[in-house]
Write a protein that binds this ligand. Structure first.
Ligand code: SAM
Ligand code: ZN
Ligand code: ZN
Length: 674
């Protein structure tokens, strides 16, 4: 598309102080813009200092829940930062020379809601939409948290009602004879050898767990011998198994590349083959007990084993089948067929009982719904799919690192929770809700949230906050109402939001079918994997964003990808949507750690992209500042060169653009794939 755009390709030098990101006083850096009276459209990105913003984004990602407490309300993957997005909003206001004017900020890919949060912290009106029902109810809850006292009261009520069950399910005796609570229950996978039928316990490592967190520098550990016996020992020294006297080397890995060796006949079998043969089961071997700030790891007693398997823990609800997909593949391969299979019966039973009690714990439906969200949220610690950090003594979510984690040594949490130990428990989540609500009230005026609304319903200009649930090919907004569409589309196939959220949606009794219009590439289910599907879908969403933008509005978002064709798809979508580029900037990735977790295809920088609806205006193009060195910034500068032509891309651009991108050193094979 060639729009009627007069491009003035000039490097800029402005005297305004750049913006660096601040939650305490979002308007502190605002300076008058010299361009205000001019018809020239300039990019708000010119007000941003990429180094300062990268620094504050890094600090934020190190401890998100302290920096932005509301994000603990519901799990989302690859959340953005308030540092970058807040700075963009401030830059936009600075460009308009109107720091006090209330804007309408629209986020059509709102996910974990960091952008809407950045907007409400600055007192703006917000319309946030996501296709995912867990995100939609999470956003609605998070952006309009009830008062802390109301939450506190309901928590007290739930706590009172659940106590008898928690005592029955997790009550135990500590090794010193005092009463205590089971905080974690460990199970090892067991399977018969296909050759000699020996029952093998499939410990992944000889070092099962330290007894105290690593920083306490105590060497005592629980080890497993090759015959599957647990034995006391040290992580820094070989030892003899207490039971069979074989030598135990604490550094040994027993299931390298997911292959197990039979301790009796030496037969080597793939874990997935054992799972497929269906003779796979889980045996309780170890527990962590806690009492008043003290925790102990120990082999499970007969009573603790019997309690874990008590037939009383009979779940009532089916959570439905696990569908085929890119991320769910690993679950199928290891024998999980239904979402319920990821949980021991006790965890399922306790969660079901909590969900039954929640509606009776507050007269305010929103508060009761919030309790239910916290209960459902704790289901991310699925007791047959969560790994133990044997050095730092904590469990990992089943979807840590943006994938489902399969392990042969799993940790069942005490679903209700205990003050001494346990991540992501209901108790912890409820406590975080109170903190989040307090923080939100200290930092903004909390207004009721409207939603989740149907995007195909009435088109209304939001006063306050509106959340939409559905594909952003349609937004429930009138034409030309938004000042700023600030967003963060999925990065091609990087994160499978829909699949990762499925267990939580199953628990929350939300829709678990694949939504038409999901803008993520997923080849396992042929979603947007053919030809121009992805690009056309993005284009429809961007065209809808353009429809709702005021004439002088901007669409700003960040994007990162190692694939030349993913970039070309994006540029083509933007061009076809009737938008033209006005600026871009390279910033340090907000999701560096997330990318790193994925190992391959990692990016450590994002490109911030700024566009306006095509029209008869002169554009003062903002080029990325030129001072970052390295293959990736070099690559992004080539991307920037092409991006800045969006709105008037020349015929035949795509092949040339992809060729140039493919020549970049950054697109050489990533190390992890070599
Ligand atoms: C990169 S994430 C957004 C993350 C968010 N900015 C945050 O900080 O948490 C992209 C989001 O787009 C959503 N999405 C995918 N296709 C969509 C569509 N057609 N309409 C609306 N949302 C969509 C996904 O569910 C996902 O939450
Ligand atoms: Zn042994
Ligand atoms: Zn064997």
């Amino acid at each position: 598309m060639t729009g009627a755009v007069d491009r003035e390709l000039v490097q800029e030098s402005f005297s305004e102080a750049p913006l660096a990101g601040s939650t305490s006083d979002p308007h502190s850096h605002l300076m008058p813009s010299r361009l205000r009276q001019s018809k020239i459209v300039a990019s708000p990105l010119r007000h941003i200092d990429p180094h300062a913003v990268s620094r504050s984004a890094r600090a934020e990602t190190r401890n998100r829940e302290i920096f932005l407490p509301p994000v603990s309300v519901f799990r989302w993957w690859a959340r953005r930062t308030e540092s970058v997005n807040g700075t963009v909003i401030d830059a936009f206001s600075a460009e308009r020379c109107a720091s006090n004017k209330q804007l309408l900020v629209v986020d059509p890919f709102a996910g974990g809601g960091v952008i809407p949060l950045a907007a409400i912290l600055r007192g703006h009106n917000v319309y946030a939409q996501d296709i995912n029902p867990w995100a939609a109810i999470g956003l609605t809850a998070m952006l309009g948290l009830p008062a802390p006292d109301e939450i506190r009261e309901s928590v007290a009520s739930l706590s009172h009602r659940i106590t008898p069950l928690v005592s029955a399910a997790y009550g135990t005796t500590m090794s010193d004879g005092q009463r205590g609570t089971i905080t974690h229950t460990f199970r090892v996978a067991t399977a018969n050898c296909p050759k000699c039928d020996n029952l093998n316990r499939l410990f992944p490592h000889a070092m099962v767990t330290l007894l105290a967190r690593k920083e306490r520098q105590k060497p005592e550990a629980i080890l497993a011998c090759r015959n599957g016996h647990l034995t006391p020992g040290r992580h820094d020294r070989n030892t003899r198994c207490r039971e069979c006297r074989t030598k135990v080397e604490p550094t040994a890995a027993y299931t390298p590349r997911r292959v197990v060796t039979c301790s009796n006949c030496g037969e080597r079998t793939r874990l997935s083959d054992l799972a497929m043969q269906g003779n796979w089961s889980w045996e309780v071997v170890l527990v962590e007990r806690a009492r008043k700030g003290f925790r102990e790891l120990d082999t499970a007693t007969a009573t603790e084993i019997a309690t874990a398997a008590n037939p009383r823990w009979q779940p009532q609800r089916s959570l439905g089948p696990i569908p085929e997909g890119q991320e769910t593949r690993v679950l199928h391969r290891h024998g999980f067929k239904e979402w319920g299979d990821l949980y021991p019966n006790r965890q399922r039973y306790v969660l079901e009982q909590l969900l039954k009690l929640a509606p009776n714990c507050s007269e305010n439906d929103r508060v009761a719904e919030l309790l239910a969200m916290a209960i459902v949220g704790s289901a991310e610690m699925a007791g047959l799919c969560s790994r133990w950090d044997r050095w730092y003594l904590k469990s990992f979510e089943s979807m840590a690192g943006h994938r489902f984690n399969f392990t042969t040594l799993t940790v069942e949490p005490n679903a209700w929770g205990d003050a001494t130990s346990g991540r992501g428990t209901v108790l912890r989540r409820l406590d975080q809700l109170i903190k989040a609500s307090t923080w939100l009230r200290e930092n903004t005026t909390v207004r009721p949230v409207h939603g989740p609304v149907d995007p195909c319903g009435p088109q209304e200009r939001p006063q306050g906050v509106t959340v939409g649930w559905g594909s952003s090919e349609t937004l429930a907004l009138p034409d030309r109402c938004a000042d700023l569409v600030l967003t963060d589309p999925p990065y091609h196939d990087d994160v499978q939001y829909s699949e990762l959220s499925l267990p939580l949606r199953a628990w929350a009794a939300l829709d678990i079918t694949h939504a038409a219009g999901d803008a993520v590439v997923n080849t396992a289910i042929n979603q947007n994997s053919k030809g121009d599907d992805y690009s056309h879908l993005l284009s429809r969403i961007f065209a809808e964003s353009r429809r709702v933008l005021k004439k002088d509005g901007h669409l700003i978002f960040s994007f990162a990808n190692r694939s030349a064709s993913a970039w070309a798809d994006l540029l083509s979508a933007l061009d076809a949507a009737g938008l033209c580029a006005v600026g871009c900037e390279i910033v340090h990735s907000e999701n560096e750690q997330d990318h790193a977790k994925r190992g391959v295809r990692s990016c450590s920088h994002d490109l911030l992209l700024d566009l306006v609806p095509t029209g008869n205006h002169q554009l003062k193009i903002h080029f990325p500042k030129n001072d970052l060195e390295g293959d990736e910034p070099d690559f992004l500068r080539v991307v920037a060169k092409w991006f800045l032509q969006v709105g008037s891309l020349p015929p035949g651009w795509r092949a040339k653009c992809e060729d140039e991108l493919l020549e970049a050193a950054f697109l050489g094979r990533p190390k992890a794939e070599v």
